[in-house]
Ligand binder design. Structure first.
Ligand SMILES: Cc1cc2nc3c(=O)[nH]c(=O)nc-3n(C[C@H](O)[C@H](O)[C@H](O)COP(=O)(O)OP(=O)(O)OC[C@H]3O[C@@H](n4cnc5c(N)ncnc54)[C@H](O)[C@@H]3O)c2cc1C
Length: 394
């Protein structure tokens, strides 16, 4: 594929020079000139208002996807308990499906899990595609991947959403590879493009410094994962739906793993995603002793303790307590940020908090830009004082 300039049409506006991500265009004597390092990506062609940039490449045709229907959600369950993210995704799926005039299906895999179908319907599913088999009783990558690939090939969904949980992060890329489509991980927003009716998948990029919106025009299903706590659950009491039963067709000899034993980690201190009040600490807290004071405040308020990546790296709190882009997204009523600067990667995890209180001794700390109340001061004085006043009922 070659790209060239029609010098008679070029007015030297330099738009193409700015649009080229590879510095493959330069101005010579007031006209654009294509350099050898041009990769023929086409960015300059789109930028040119004069239609002075020409190519011999044929535009890629968008296939006919009219047979791809429905918004699917992977209904993740463990030991017969649904993961909250699946219910959150059903709420979003409903919204997307209404826009597209399509239906919502939840894909439920397991053994003896049919009872969960009713909940999935109440949270937005029109259909529950149920596959029950003893070999699906516990999550295993190959068996689950096979089952979902089989369902996608059979039912041809338009959109497929999964939670960015440990299971989802393992399963989604495998499935997307099997059915040869792209996958946008850790989306923070999902909408439908009103003109093209395709899924717009927004997620942080370049270390969280920009939000990128990704669209997939050329393959189906459009696949995305979303972290727990990002979307809202929307229960619809009285909603009805149908169960579609499917069977698993995989030979035992094709299953390469056997579960010998399940060793459960010691119970963690409550689910951050569900906490109504969170007291979070950052580098400013200083040490483990400092976090004990935050724990006291959390206890008085009936909340939980969390922190920044720095607090995790310093080993002041465990990794499951990290809030932010690479930690958890939370949606408490109250988030008290103590000694946290408010880096964009941390803020990405608290956008859904109802009220944010920030304590920081630097009045220019970015956390104050998102805080509903800001207290400029030393947290080592302020937090014990807050505990004292709360305990004395002031
Ligand atoms: C790809 C990527 C992903 C990331 N993911 C995450 C993530 O998920 N979560 C996350 O948190 N970070 C994440 N980070 C790191 C993030 O960029 C910041 O480095 C981190 O959030 C800063 O943590 P902090 O606020 O604790 O520390 P700092 O930025 O050092 O801020 C400490 C703050 O404490 C204040 N302070 C100090 N002493 C006191 C005191 N006595 N009283 C009151 N205030 C005081 C200071 O004024 C300062 O504002 C990520 C970074 C990258 C590149």
């Amino acid at each position: 594929m070659t790209v060239w300039i029609d010098a008679d049409l070029c007015n030297g506006c330099k738009r193409c020079e700015k649009a080229c991500p590879y510095e493959g265009v330069e101005m010579r004597d007031g006209k654009a000139h294509i350099l050898e390092r041009c990769t023929s990506c086409g960015a300059c062609i789109e930028s040119c208002k004069q239609e002075a940039i020409l190519t011999d490449a044929k535009p890629r045709e968008i296939p006919d996807f009219s047979d791809r229907q429905g918004v699917w959600v992977f209904a993740e369950q463990r030991g017969g308990a649904l993961h909250s993210v699946s219910l959150e995704l059903l709420g979003k799926a409903r919204e997307l499906a209404s826009f597209l005039n399509q239906e919502v299906s939840a894909v439920l895999l397991g053994n003896g899990v049919e009872d969960l179908a009713e909940t999935l319907i109440q949270y937005g599913a029109d259909y529950v595609v149920l596959v029950e088999d003893p070999r699906l009783a516990q999550y295993r990558t190959m068996v689950y991947t096979h089952a979902i690939e089989q369902l996608i090939r059979r039912f041809k969904p338009n959109i497929f959403l999964m939670g960015a949980t440990h299971i989802g992060r393992d399963l989604a890329p495998r499935v997307s590879r099997r059915v040869a489509v792209g996958l946008t991980a850790d989306c923070t927003e999902l909408t439908i493009d009103p003109d093209e009716k395709i899924l717009l998948q927004t997620r942080p990029a370049f270390g969280g410094n920009i939000m990128a919106t990704i669209a997939n025009r050329f393959s189906r299903p459009q696949m995305a994962t979303v972290r727990p706590g990002v979307m809202e659950q929307r229960v619809q009491p009285g909603k009805t739906g149908d169960i579609i039963r499917e069977t698993l067709s995989i030979a035992d000899t094709d299953i390469k793993t056997t579960i010998l034993d399940i060793v459960r980690e010691a119970k963690k201190k409550g689910d951050l995603g569900k906490a109504k009040i969170i007291v979070a600490g950052g580098r400013g807290v200083g040490d483990v002793e400092g976090f004990k004071v935050l724990e006291n405040l959390a206890e008085v308020l009936g909340g939980q303790v969390a922190g920044t990546r720095v607090a995790v790296e310093e080993d002041w709190i465990s990794a499951d307590r990290q809030v932010g882009q690479t930690g958890q997204s939370v949606r408490p009523e109250l988030y008290i940020a103590c000694g946290i600067s408010g880096a964009i990667q941390h803020r990405a995890g608290i956008v859904n908090a109802r009220y944010i209180v920030a304590i920081n001794r630097d009045e220019r700390a970015p956390i104050f830009q998102v805080a509903d109340w800001g207290i400029v001061g030393d947290l080592h004085e302020l937090v014990p004082e807050m505990i004292r006043q709360l305990e004395s009922g002031k």
